[in-house]
Design a protein. Structure first.
Ligand SMILES: Nc1ncnc2c1ncn2[C@@H]1O[C@H](COP(=O)(O)OP(=O)(O)OP(=O)(O)O)[C@@H](O)[C@H]1O
Length: 766
């Protein structure tokens, strides 16, 4: 027993010495062959094919700048074996260009096309740095990787686990909200590498006792431009303020920030600017075939439906502008059964479901409807065949990231962008940004219209009406708040047709547009309904999350903790920041000076929900069901026993039916108005009456309680009158004598009041 103990102690000692020797060799290799600062390793000739690698002679080492294979780099055996196991042997351009610099500890500002392997370009330097520093559990947080979205953080964590499998570090995926964060707090101090979203990281910095990043060695911002932009500004500033200045910082993105201010915020030290595709002919992957076509707003769903039907064997990622759009299109298409599995992904889904959808979409061929939550960084395992942008991206960068979900690494891919006639300026912008988009004419002959089917669906499934209405409103809002007015102009949209294309029988009223177009008849004849969607995209429920912590042990991955439920709603808050920012820039929201305050940061600000009954069009009666819920007009119709659904599928009958319904609504509306007018008139009369009574010195009950205590106002001729009722008989005691409480009352009788009122009424009408 004692023998085996001392044997294993000896083995450990031997291993320790071997590692120490390896580290010393790596350090000497790195130092002796350091590329000059500002040089581009890609411009150097590759090493000759069978040239010796590593130590040559007399402590001379092989050149690693200009290396094309991972094994030619000064990397530890553990990292090299991890790469080999994952089948990574040849480097991509961004890896060749950045690793020689990052391995010698320099700060990096790296840009390369989507799908070009930026992840390994920052994971490898982290592993190497901590290994060479002999980082252990007691050393705490050595590296932090920040990602803008949870899915991307999860993906980066997976790559870290794979490549770092043979190292001894512990790592944690920290994403999500407050739920069960306590469990996370118990483990977070023992982690060496954190992969996190900004909000969650800051939450730990604020709340976790003894959370310490003072020894941080490497900070990585993936999708750096996104993390540095206004949506994360406060959060990131608060994070950076708690990090040591002496550290290595690596920033990567396909659309890199060039803002000096941004870089100053991160206190980069003489960073290496590595933009491997800057001189490339195109800003997007070469194997990506990109097309754009004109699709009027009201034809978008017809076109999307036709597209899906024509590509039933493809894996398709569809981008829409809001969660509501995604929900509606997904639900509607699902009910119409196109013949291919459909999925949806957006920031308001529960995190577990989100992760599930993400993994399912990795595995199978299907159509995924998504917001921009899936636009950055995600590398779906089985390649995406098509990226379809139904709604125009916010800007060129957003376009690049969206289409970048296909044609990754060596794979090919295709994309199509639907542009409305008013958005043609976007095409120009893309072309100026070296994005080779081919403009094609839509083949309308093969268009399969779905709006008729959608109308029928809305009748058959009452819940769909709300979805459609919300999709309608949020889409218009998304256009309204866009910053780039050259591309996005809500006033150019024919919203009545849009509404009809969603299957809505009437065009909902949009208050923010109403204000905008005062006096300008842009939307045709329809009186718009008062149903502005109060439930914004970002009012997310707090989704639950999983905490993944992993310890890298020699030859094994030991999960410390799995499936702990925690939660966050960070992306929604970031989106919220963007929305508010856009509002501010448009002058429709807070002013520039207030922008700072709008940016969500440490705290998740719960948005106040407006209580607007979106089911209730103006002039219609609100009808309640048995549980007290209001029923939208179509739901009431659908509930009626005598409505034959099948008859509604017939186009003519349906139209006739809608016509009848509209007339009915108009009629009810008229009645409502008459009633309302009557009520107002009565109110006016009553008020006049009160005034007359007042001017005669008689006051109504309930006013000026103090008068009874004797504090009479100056010039007041009469004491306040009060009418007392006998609780038994309900008769007014109008005797003017002492009541039971001994108060003298100067009262007039009801009969007198009525007579007076009649007199006044008579005088008003004469
Ligand atoms: N050296 C390599 N050899 C083979 N495959 C690689 C190599 N490096 C990366 N890959 C693969 O290329 C794909 C894209 O890599 P990665 O996700 O790192 O791209 P990215 O540049 O970060 O993209 P994005 O800008 O969209 O975030 C991944 O599937 C990854 O496994």
């Amino acid at each position: 027993m004692r023998k085996s103990k001392s044997k294993s102690k000896q083995m450990r000692k031997g291993r320790h010495e071997e590692e120490q020797e390896e580290i010393s060799k790596l350090n000497r290799w790195i130092d002796s062959q350091k590329p000059d600062s500002g040089t581009n390793p890609l411009s150097l000739p590759p090493l000759p094919k069978d040239a010796p690698i590593g130590i040559l002679h007399d402590d001379k080492f092989s050149r690693y700048s200009g290396a094309t294979m991972f094994k030619e780099l000064p990397l530890s055996k553990r990292t090299l074996d991890g790469l080999k196991r994952a089948n990574f042997s040849k480097m991509t351009d961004i890896q060749m260009a950045s690793l020689p610099h990052s391995l010698c500890g320099r700060d990096i500002l790296g840009a390369a096309k989507t799908g070009s392997g930026k992840t390994l370009a920052f994971i490898i330097p982290i592993l190497e740095k901590l290994y060479k520093e002999r980082w252990g559990p007691e050393d705490g947080v050595g590296s932090i990787i920040i990602s803008p979205t949870r899915e991307l953080a999860g993906q980066l964590f997976d790559v870290l686990k794979t490549v770092g499998k043979l190292h001894n570090f512990s790592a944690g995926l920290l994403i999500g909200g407050r739920k069960e964060v306590e469990m996370e707090k118990e483990h977070v101090n023992a982690l060496n590498i954190l992969v996190c979203t900004p909000g969650r990281l800051l939450q730990h910095m604020d709340e976790t006792p003894n959370f310490d990043c003072s020894q941080l060695q490497v900070l990585v911002l993936d999708e750096a431009d996104r993390i540095l932009d206004v949506g994360f500004k406060k959060t990131l500033n608060a994070i950076v303020a708690q990090l040591p200045k002496r550290r290595q910082t690596l920033l990567f993105s396909a659309t890199q920030t060039k803002s000096i201010q941004d870089l100053a915020r991160l206190s980069l030290k003489d960073p290496e600017y590595i933009s491997v595709h800057e001189d490339a002919e195109t800003a997007t992957p070469n194997r990506l075939q990109q097309t754009a076509m004109i699709v009027p707003l009201e034809q978008k769903l017809d076109m999307l439906w036709s597209f899906v039907k024509a590509h039933l064997n493809s894996k398709i990622l569809v981008f829409l502008s809001s969660c509501k759009q995604v929900k509606f299109v997904f639900e509607a298409f699902k009910k119409l059964r196109p013949g291919v599995p459909l999925k949806c992904l957006h920031g308001r889904m529960k995190q577990e479901k989100r992760m599930g959808i993400y993994s399912q979409f990795c595995e199978s061929h299907s159509v995924l409807f998504s917001t921009d939550v899936a636009s950055r960084g995600l590398d779906f395992n089985k390649a995406v065949d098509w990226v379809v942008q139904v709604d125009c991206p916010d800007d060129v960068a957003s376009y690049i990231h969206r289409v970048g979900r296909t044609a990754r690494y060596l794979a090919g891919g295709r994309s199509v962008l639907f542009l409305m006639p008013s958005e043609m300026k976007m095409l120009e912008k893309l072309q100026t940004a070296k994005i080779p988009v081919q403009f094609i004419k839509a083949n309308t002959k093969r268009l399969q219209p779905v709006s008729g089917l959608l109308s029928a669906l809305l009748v058959k499934y009452p819940d769909m009406q709300q979805l459609a209405q919300r999709a309608f409103i949020t889409y218009l809002r998304s256009i309204h708040i866009q910053k780039d007015k050259e591309v996005f102009d809500v006033l150019k949209l024919s919203i009545e047709d849009f509404s009809a294309s969603l299957g809505l029988p009437m065009t909902p009223k949009v208050r923010f547009l109403n204000q905008k177009i005062k006096g300008k008849k842009v939307f045709g004849k329809s009186a718009l309904l008062e149903s502005e969607d109060s439930e914004k995209e970002n009012d997310a429920e707090i989704p639950s999350e999983k905490l993944d912590i992993v310890t890298f042990k020699e030859g094994s991955v030991d999960r410390l903790k799995e499936n702990l439920e925690i939660g966050d709603s960070e992306e929604e808050n970031v989106e919220k920041g963007f929305l508010q920012m856009k509002d501010a820039l448009n002058g429709s929201g807070p002013k520039t000076g207030e922008i700072e305050d709008l940016v969500p940061a440490t705290r998740v600000l719960k948005k106040k929900k407006l209580k607007i009954n979106i089911h209730r069009p103006v002039g219609s009666r609100v009808v309640f069901d048995e549980e007290g819920n209001t029923l939208p007009p179509l739901a009431r119709v659908a509930d009626r026993k005598n409505v034959d659904d099948s008859s509604l599928l017939d186009q003519d009958k349906r139209e006739e039916y809608y016509k009848k319904m509209r007339e009915q609504m108009k009629h009810v509306d008229k009645e409502d108005k008459v009633l309302d007018r009557q009520r107002r008139r009565e109110k006016r009369i009553k008020e006049k009456m009160k005034r007359k009574i007042g001017s005669m010195g008689l006051e109504e009950d309930g006013e000026g309680e103090d008068d009874l205590s004797g504090s009479e106002g100056e010039g007041r001729k009469y004491k306040r009158s009060k009418i007392y009722f006998d609780s038994d008989s309900d008769n007014a005691d109008t005797t003017g004598s002492k009541d039971t409480a001994g108060i003298i009352t100067d009262s007039i009788s009801l009969a007198e009041q009525e007579a007076l009122a009649l007199k006044l009424l008579g005088s008003m009408h004469s």
